[in-house]
Design a protein around this ligand. Structure first.
Ligand SMILES: Nc1ncnc2c1ncn2[C@@H]1O[C@H](COP(=O)(O)OP(=O)(O)OP(=O)(O)O)[C@@H](O)[C@H]1O
Ligand SMILES: [Mg+2]
Length: 259
């Protein structure tokens, strides 16, 4: 495999925090899921979020977009505490966009109608709207299924549609929950390139991505966070993370490698 990512942000010029979670704890029905989570995701970085099933990765995304509130602790975006800022305001004020783990599309609308429904909300100019929809259809190779209802798309096609919808608004913060799930090899490679290009196009944009395709994800991540047993057990650059003993024991196993 050739090099997709030409540079990794190992030293941040500004170290400007984009998203900060401070001492976050959260329980569902008295079952504790997150215990005193503190971390910073910096402006311009691609950050992987890894951990076993049920550890709380999607929950963290929901805390960032405002679908959930923590029991304790605070969420900051651009240094502003957002605990009480509703979901729609977080999306418009901070330009946060999410590719959810499941769904994210309107089943009874066609591919085109799905894109149009979001474009209508986020792009004012009609000409730009039409251009952007066609651009996404071509970029994510959805032309053949443009007029097919989303419920009839294959898993990978639906995922590509959901990703293209999330990118329509030109977001500054992109949260992707298992974007590689169901993608074939060429689509995986193409999505990796898309994500790296999103960073190259706008070096203040940040992407937080959770996926079990750990190798595909770590190959494009500047840094990653590993969760296990309700806590962050390791946080750093991929190459050092895969050597971290606790991360090996609780997530990667002994034989995992990247590149
Ligand atoms: N609304 C809810 N009510 C009760 N429990 C919930 C709720 N949402 C999530 N959970 C529980 O919280 C835990 C974390 O769920 P979450 O979806 O964040 O895991 P995840 O790390 O994204 O897992 P996966 O890798 O399988 O997607 C799970 O045990 C789940 O059952
Ligand atoms: Mg999840």
């Amino acid at each position: 495999m050739g090099i997709i990512k030409k540079f990794y942000i190992t030293k941040f010029k500004k170290e400007r925090p984009k998203i900060e979670l401070k001492n976050i704890s959260l329980s569902f029905n008295k079952r504790q899921i997150l215990d005193n989570i503190t971390c910073t995701i910096r402006e311009g970085e691609i950050c992987g979020l890894l951990g076993p099933n049920g550890v709380g990765k999607s929950t963290i995304f929901n805390l960032i977009i405002g679908l959930l509130k923590p029991d304790y602790g605070s969420v900051f975006i651009d240094k502003k505490k957002v605990n009480n800022i509703p979901i729609y305001k977080r999306s418009s004020e901070f330009k946060v966009s999410i590719v959810p783990q499941n769904g994210g599309v309107f089943s009874d609308l066609t591919t085109y109608q799905n894109l149009n429904a979001i474009a209508d909300l986020v792009i004012d100019e009609k000409k730009e709207r039409l251009f952007k929809i066609e651009y996404m259809i071509s970029k994510f190779e959805l032309d053949a299924v443009k007029l097919i209802k989303a419920k009839y798309l294959s898993g990978g096609q639906r995922k590509r549609l959901s990703i293209s919808m999330a990118l329509l608004s030109n977001p500054k913060i992109i949260l992707m929950d298992e974007p590689f799930q169901g993608l074939d090899l060429i689509s995986t490679r193409s999505l990796q390139e898309t994500i790296v290009n999103l960073q190259t196009e706008d070096n203040s944009r940040c992407c937080v991505i959770s996926d079990h395709a750990a190798r595909d994800l770590l190959n494009i991540s500047d840094r990653a966070i590993i969760l296990a047993n309700k806590k962050i057990i390791a946080h750093g650059q991929p190459k050092e993370l895969i050597r971290n003993e606790e991360a090996k024991n609780l997530y990667f196993g002994n034989t995992f490698n990247i590149n």
